[in-house]
Design a protein around this ligand. Structure first.
Ligand code: ZN
Length: 461
């Protein structure tokens, strides 16, 4: 731990007595991992539960005993938060070991959730329900609201975890590392602004939006969650709405790939604004990227970023891009070999020049198929497809995934791992990919040189 005047002032005997006392108070368990501490054979630390920096007191009442290992690897200075993050990490590891994407589902199951069916009836404009299986015999009623525009009916109800399920159909995504920030945010008592959304299916209440918020609340010990409950919603419409509005509804820190998509939207907004301010039609793109940068002078740097990111997004997310299904956009899970962050830092960095802002009109030679951005995009997608076909398709096995591959091989547990899979896995590692992408650049330049084609060092495509 940091400095404690209190502890420094203790004699060795007094300190041993304090260790013993804390150990007894904590039922011989470590404050962070909750596992037993054996004082004879394990190294321990005494630490402030609430850090001094956050106003914690330097007194025994604010002390806890932990395994030294747990204290050194803790994920937050506040031990209450560290304890919760440890518990979440454990749930995530268990899910990953069984090759599942960790999600609200696993957090619910580990916290007494997803046990009971929801019994309810609709009477006039009310939903009448009870959580009696959970030992709560009160008959509850909540008003049902009808959304004027869509006709969807919803109610706001407080649902015990035992009645909550994760909606794997509408929201197949897992939780990502931003969950830690959200947990810390909620722990500071910053309130939940948006409710999680849920629907009823097969008598189960399934959360389809706001799983990070739900997870953060559960991890912090909340036993029931207020949801906006859709009653018999139009499923297709929910999926569409959720996909469209997903990025706007999220309260979490965005991961890189999502920021890319967001910048795409921001770019389109600036395009539209430029058109409006210059009395141009919506389909009039007779102005250049440089015009945009000049027009939005105040946010020059941002506009450049929006333009480049929009291009990166168009390449990465194109339905024609076969590499896409091997890119892990969320940074969690072990099924896919290539993280978006690696793809961006190696491939995209080598081939999409962030400094290039075009002087030619945005619609320049579109009709002849010679528009520079379109050409760049099409050629890079073609290159992605070649890579996917050479390295990954039919070779990399998502069932085997990436988890502990090198360990399994060095431990001789490699009978299911094919050479193709191993090659694919290793070629997708950042430091390795960075190097062969540089060779790829050389190859392409050689090709141009032999073919007598002029090329620009900064923009090969
Ligand atoms: Zn421990």
């Amino acid at each position: 731990m940091g400095n404690s005047k209190y502890l420094d002032g203790l004699s060795q005997d007094e300190r041993n007595a304090l260790v013993k006392q804390l150990w007894n108070i904590q039922n011989h368990k470590c404050f962070i991992c909750g596992e037993e501490i054996d004082l004879d054979i394990q190294t321990t630390n005494i630490d402030h539960i609430k850090p001094l920096a956050n106003g914690g007191k330097d007194e025994p009442v604010n002390f806890a005993i932990t395994h030294e290992h747990c204290n050194k690897s803790k994920q937050d200075a506040d031990l209450e938060v560290a304890k919760r993050l440890y518990a979440l990490e454990k749930i995530i590891n268990v899910a990953e070991q069984s090759h599942e994407t960790p999600s609200l589902k696993h957090v619910l199951l580990a916290n007494g959730g997803s046990k009971y069916l929801f019994k309810y009836k609709i009477e006039e404009n009310q939903i009448v329900y009870s959580f009696d299986d959970n030992g709560d015999t009160v008959i509850r009623k909540s008003e049902v609201f009808t959304d004027v525009l869509s006709g969807e009916k919803t109610a706001f109800i407080n649902v015990p975890l035992a009645y909550l399920y994760h909606d794997e159909v509408v929201n197949p995504r897992g939780i990502n590392s931003s969950i830690r920030l959200l947990i810390k945010e909620f722990y500071k008592s910053n309130p939940q602004l948006h409710l999680s959304l849920a629907r009823i299916e097969d008598e189960k209440i399934k959360i389809f939006d706001g799983q990070h918020k739900a997870v953060a609340q559960i991890v912090l010990g909340v036993k029931s969650i207020v949801v906006r409950l859709f009653i018999n919603p139009d499923l297709d419409r929910l999926i569409e709405t959720n996909t469209n509005a997903g990025s706007k509804l999220k309260q979490i820190a965005f991961d890189k790939a999502i920021v890319r998509q967001l910048h795409d939207t921001l770019y389109s907004e600036r395009l539209r604004k430029y058109q409006q301010d210059h009395f141009l039609d919506e389909d009039d793109f007779s102005f250049s990227e440089q015009n945009l940068v000049d027009y939005f002078k105040g946010e020059r740097g941002n506009i450049k970023l929006y333009i480049i990111n929009s291009q990166k997004n168009a390449i990465t997310r194109s339905p024609d891009n076969k590499l896409q299904s091997y890119i892990n956009f969320e940074g969690r899970g072990n099924a896919l070999p290539l993280s978006y962050s690696t793809f961006e830092k190696t491939f995209l960095a080598a081939f999409v020049n962030p400094k290039t802002i075009l002087q030619t009109p945005i619609n320049y030679r579109v009709d002849e198929g010679m528009n520079p951005r379109v050409l760049e995009k099409d050629q890079l997608i073609k290159l992605c497809n070649i890579l996917a076909e050479e390295i990954l398709i039919g070779k990399y096995d998502t069932e085997i995934g990436t988890y502990r591959i090198e360990n399994n091989i060095s431990d001789g547990r490699d009978s299911s791992i094919t050479d193709d899979h191993l090659i694919a896995y290793r070629l997708c590692k950042e430091e390795i990919m960075y190097n062969w992408v540089q060779y790829l650049r050389l190859l392409i330049k050689n090709h141009f040189a032999f073919a007598g084609t002029m090329y620009n060092e900064d923009n090969l495509f």
